[in-house]
Design a protein around this ligand. Sequence first.
Ligand SMILES: Cc1cc2nc3c(=O)[nH]c(=O)nc-3n(C[C@H](O)[C@H](O)[C@H](O)COP(=O)(O)O)c2cc1C
Length: 162
Amino acid sequence: MAAPDPQEFRQVVGLLPTGVTVVTAFTPDGPAGATASAVCSLSLSPMMMLVCLDRGSRTLEAVESADRFGINVLGLDQRAAAEVFATKLPLAEKWKAVDWQSHLDVPVISGCPAHIVCGLHEVIDGGDHVILTGDVIEVEAEPGEPLVYHGGLFRRLDPQES
Ligand SMILES: Cc1cc2nc3c(=O)[nH]c(=O)nc-3n(C[C@H](O)[C@H](O)[C@H](O)COP(=O)(O)O)c2cc1C
């Protein structure tokens, strides 16, 4: 059997629809944050979350030293934030693009339909990424439509419920 083609792998995994989040943590110089779709719930009791971050992510370094992180669930109207937090712009530049506040020692982006604050539980090897698990410290939600990512495009949910 032929080895799987890396380009096809990227294309196929991109077909999994996901929500879009910005994972955040404080560095000594200010907030860090990265757009992340590899985010899911891990355990209900105890409440835990799972996030996968690239080994080269500056936000990963920030999470590891801060020992806690925020997961900001982006809304449909926050596509610009998704795009800016996916860049390697200087950290301060990224944060000029959004309103935010420090909450429970993590940076929280204003206007998100939901955010979750986690204490870092474990850092697990995941190839060129690492798997962060987190103990949930706080969850908060407001009404709002989520931003969705699928096939390399930002999308909205079909408002028709089945
Ligand atoms: C829709 C979308 C989803 C992404 N999901 C992830 C992810 O789950 N994990 C990750 O490490 N990077 C992900 N990225 C890429 C990071 O946002 C990007 O590498 C960013 O520049 C990291 O910033 P940092 O170095 O300041 O942490 C995603 C990018 C986009 C546009």
